[in-house]
Design a protein around this ligand. Structure first.
Ligand code: HEM
Length: 316
C-alpha cells in the first residue's frame, strides 16, 4: 500500500538530516530532543528589540537629542548595509553582470533613502535645543564615522580620496603618502590655528591602522577596479556607478551640509558647536571634488561637481 505523501516527505527530510549530522559525527536524535524542548522564535528576540531600544542614551535632558542620536544610528545601519554589499562585490571572484548590477542597485537604494531622510536632521529638531545639547557632545562628530570612510575605501582607488590640491602630484605608488594626504585629514582642523582638532586626533588614533589595512586589501580590489576589469564600457553599469557617485559624493553631502548651514551658520557663537572647525571650507562637495569613478565624468561635469547646476542636471 502507498504511504501518504506527507509521511514520505517527512521520512526523506529525516534521512537528509541524519546524513547531515552523521557527517559531523553527531546523533540526530539528541538534536531532535533539543527541538522538542526549545521555544518558538519570537520577533522581538530575533531582532533583539530590547537591546536595540536600549541603545539611545542621550547625554542631556533636551528631548530632541533623542532624534539626533537615533538618526545617527539609523544612518550607521544603512552604512553597514552599503558596506555589506560592497564586501560581497569585492569578495566575489567572478562577478556576473546581474550580480554586480543587483548589488549596485541596493547600494543606490540605500543612499537614496539616506539623502531623502536627512530632513529629519535639517528641520526635525528645535534649533535652540540643538545648539545646547550639541555642546555636551564635543568633541564627538559624525566626522568620526569609520563606516563612512570604509565605504570610500571599498569604492575606489586611494588616490581618488586624496585632497584635491595634491591629487595629481601625489606619488601613485606610495600608499603611505596617499593615506597621509586623504582629503578628510584637511577637514576638522581648527579655524584659528589650522591645527588638527581633537576630533581628528582621536579618530586617527583609533582607526589609522585599520584604514591602512583596508586600503592595502582593496588597493586593486575595489568597486572601481572591478568595474574596470570586468564591465568597462557597460552602459547599464555606468549609469548606476554615476548615480552612486552622485549620491555618495554630492547629494548626501549637500543634504548633510544643509543641516550644518541650518544650525550653525548665522551666529558666530554657533561655530563653537563644532569645536571651531573649518567646515564651511571643508564640507562643500565642490571643494572636496571626491569622485569614485572620475573616468565616468566629462571635464565639464568635473568642473561643475557639487554646484547647483550639477545637482539639477543629475536629478532631472
Ligand atoms: C544637525 C545635524 C548635523 C550637523 C549640524 C552636522 C555637522 C557636521 C559638521 C560641522 C561636520 C564637519 C566636521 C566637524 O566640524 O565636526 C560634519 C562632518 C560629518 N558628519 Fe555631520 N552633522 C550632522 C548630522 C550628521 C549625521 C546624521 C551623520 C550621519 C552619520 C553625519 C555624518 C558626518 C560625516 C560622515 C562627516 C564627515 C564628512 C566628510 O568628511 O566629508 N552628520 N558634520
Amino acid at each position: 500500500m502507498d504511504k501518504p505523501s506527507g509521511q514520505t516527505d517527512l521520512q526523506e527530510q529525516l534521512r537528509k538530516l541524519q546524513e547531515k549530522y552523521a557527517v559531523m559525527g553527531q546523533d540526530l536524535s539528541s538534536y531532535l530532543d533539543g527541538l522538542l524542548y526549545s521555544d518558538y522564535l519570537t520577533y522581538w528576540d530575533y531582532i533583539h528589540l530590547d537591546t536595540l531600544l536600549s541603545l539611545q542614551n542621550p547625554k542631556t535632558s533636551f528631548p530632541d537629542e533623542r532624534v539626533f542620536i537615533t538618526y545617527h544610528q539609523i544612518t550607521e545601519l544603512y552604512f553597514s548595509l552599503i558596506l555589506w554589499e560592497l564586501k560581497q562585490i569585492t569578495e566575489n571572484p567572478e562577478p556576473s553582470e546581474k550580480f554586480f548590477i543587483d548589488r549596485l542597485d541596493r547600494i543606490v537604494r540605500y543612499f537614496r533613502h539616506l539623502e531623502d531622510s536627512f530632513d529629519v536632521m535639517v528641520i526635525g529638531m528645535e534649533k535652540e535645543q540643538f545648539l545646547k545639547f550639541r555642546m555636551a557632545l564635543l568633541p564627538a562628530s559624525g566626522f568620526q564615522s569609520a563606516q563612512y570612510r570604509l565605504i570610500e575605501l571599498h569604492s575606489t582607488d586611494l588616490v581618488n580620496l586624496v585632497t584635491p590640491a595634491v591629487r595629481s602630484s601625489v606619488d601613485h605608488n606610495n600608499m603611505d603618502e596617499q593615506l597621509d594626504k586623504l582629503y578628510w585629514r584637511s577637514g576638522a582642523t581648527e579655524l584659528l590655528s589650522g591645527k588638527k582638532t581633537l576630533t581628528l586626533q582621536q579618530f586617527e588614533r583609533k582607526y589609522n591602522d585599520e584604514f591602512k589595512q583596508v586600503a592595502l586589501k582593496h588597493k586593486s580590489n575595489n568597486l572601481r577596479s572591478i568595474y574596470q576589469k570586468y564591465f568597462s564600457g557597460n552602459e547599464n553599469i555606468i549609469k548606476r556607478l554615476r548615480e552612486f557617485d552622485t549620491l555618495a559624493n554630492v547629494l548626501w553631502p549637500l543634504a548633510h551640509m544643509r543641516s550644518a548651514g541650518h544650525y550653525l551658520h548665522k551666529d558666530p557663537e554657533d561655530i563653537r558647536a563644532t569645536g571651531g572647525t573649518n567646515w564651511q571650507k571643508y564640507l562643500p562637495p565642490r571643494y572636496q571634488k571626491i569622485m569614485f569613478f572620475p573616468e565616468l565624468w566629462t571635464e565639464e561635469e568635473k568642473l561643475q561637481w557639487g554646484s547647483a547646476a550639477f545637482k539639477k542636471a543629475m536629478q532631472s
